[in-house]
Write a protein that binds this ligand. Structure first.
Ligand SMILES: Nc1nc2c(ncn2[C@@H]2O[C@H](COP(=O)(O)OP(=O)(O)O)[C@@H](O)[C@H]2O)c(=O)[nH]1
Ligand SMILES: [Mg+2]
Length: 237
């Protein structure tokens, strides 16, 4: 038998050799305690977090996932859509601002009534399919937030569908080259810095909680609370 072996180099790995962001996978306890123990500085304060994003991006699922992690059991307080039905969470419509006659309209909102952190929920896999019109509508919301100095965070959902390596093991999240590239593109396109973008896998089909999934959800929830709290107390930079 003869023949020569090809000297073609092996294909590059889809994973980086080391994660580019640290997550404490083995110990959720301290972050869980931190977010559970969070109390606004004064009793009358409430952090208002506004989630916005396209229908099907995973807003309801994120709310449910957070609730599930905090209660240590699967919860479905917000109705989740599926491929055929849509929209149970409402989106802010910048073209239909709250009217003065609306019973929720407050002519002089206090600091407590305002939004303290804006969370842009983005489906990691549909990002490139978002059309210009949809992006423009979301731009309006974000521009308004910028004017009001409201901190902005982006949550990249459905990372389990981004690449087989993450599907196999969610701990590959910060090693996946593909996801990092997606995050960089999102950051550039929506103007949210990388350190304010958090990839998550929401609970969607499973029956039991998983500590790695929890860890990632908590790693997104903690800064959302911190930024909201800073804004509520005007301590942001
Ligand atoms: N695989 C996967 N599916 C998700 C994830 N987040 C949401 N989904 C699914 O995406 C669909 C839309 O989610 P939903 O939360 O209703 O989106 P909303 O319209 O933004 O509230 C539902 O079928 C969810 O089960 C995720 O992280 N991974
Ligand atoms: Mg919804």
């Amino acid at each position: 038998m003869g023949g020569s072996f090809s000297s073609r180099p092996p294909p590059p790995s889809p994973l980086l050799s080391a994660p580019w962001r640290r997550i404490n996978w083995s110990d959720n306890h301290s972050t869980l305690q931190y977010v559970k123990a969070y109390q606004p500085e004064t009793e009358d304060q409430v952090i208002r977090i506004l989630l916005h994003g396209l229908v099907g991006s995973g807003k309801s699922s994120f709310i449910n996932s957070v609730e599930s992690v905090l209660r240590n059991r699967m919860c479905i307080p917000a109705l989740v859509g599926n491929a055929t039905q849509d929209c149970f969470t409402r989106e802010v419509n910048p073209n239909a601002k709250i009217s003065k006659d609306d019973r929720f309209y407050k002519p002089t909102p206090s600091a407590n009534d305002k939004v303290h952190v804006l969370v842009f929920v983005i489906d990691a896999n549909k990002w490139s399919l978002m059309n210009e019109k949809a992006l423009e509508a979301l731009d309006d919301i974000r521009d308004e937030a910028k004017l009001l100095d409201i901190p902005q965070v982006a949550i990249l959902t459905k990372i389990d569908e981004v690449c087989p390596e993450i599907q196999k093991d969610i701990k590959n999240v910060y090693k996946s080259k593909e996801l990092k590239e997606k995050m960089e593109k999102v950051s550039g396109a929506v103007g949210v810095p990388m350190n304010c973008i958090f990839p998550v896998k929401n609970y969607s089909k499973e029956l039991d909680l998983d500590s790695d999934t929890d860890a990632l959800i908590l790693s997104a929830l903690k800064p959302i609370l911190d930024f909201g709290n800073d804004h509520l107390n005007k301590r942001y930079a």
